[in-house]
Design a protein around this ligand. Structure first.
Ligand SMILES: [Zn+2]
Length: 122
């Protein structure tokens, strides 16, 4: 979703300006969405994972209910939010470390595609 100048507001955490000469021109846009695991679908897919010797990817293809994670914000806009955070608040919340960790995890999944099924099932 694009972001225009007219969409900007003070930091959603500390209510200070998003940027300043002291903290620099960078601020953060964090899209947040509630998610939930559907227990029956997860149980069914995980049982198939065991059947396929830990291959979660294969189990998800074969499962009658492959979508075991529900993104609540897709059905209810109240389950979704776009946060605008200044750099100090972003860093104080540990989100820079979370973003690095998420990037590393995602890159690892893409680079080790052949091994990921074994690890996910373990
Ligand atoms: Zn802030």
């Amino acid at each position: 979703m694009p972001l225009k100048l007219s969409d900007l507001r003070p930091c959603d955490c500390c209510h200070a300006p998003l940027i300043s000469p002291q903290i620099g021109p960078i601020f953060y846009v964090v899209d947040v969405q509630e998610a939930a695991i559907k227990p029956d679908a997860a149980r069914e897919t995980l049982a198939l994972t065991a059947y396929f010797n830990g291959h979660l990817g294969l189990a998800e293809v074969m499962s009658p209910q492959p979508n075991a994670v529900s993104l609540i914000g897709d059905q209810d806009p109240a389950g979704k939010a776009r946060l605008l955070l200044c750099r100090p608040c972003y860093e104080a919340a540990g989100l820079h470390q979370a973003a690095e960790s998420a990037t590393a995890a995602t890159e690892g999944k893409h680079h080790d595609r052949n091994d990921s099924d074994h690890r996910e099932g373990a």
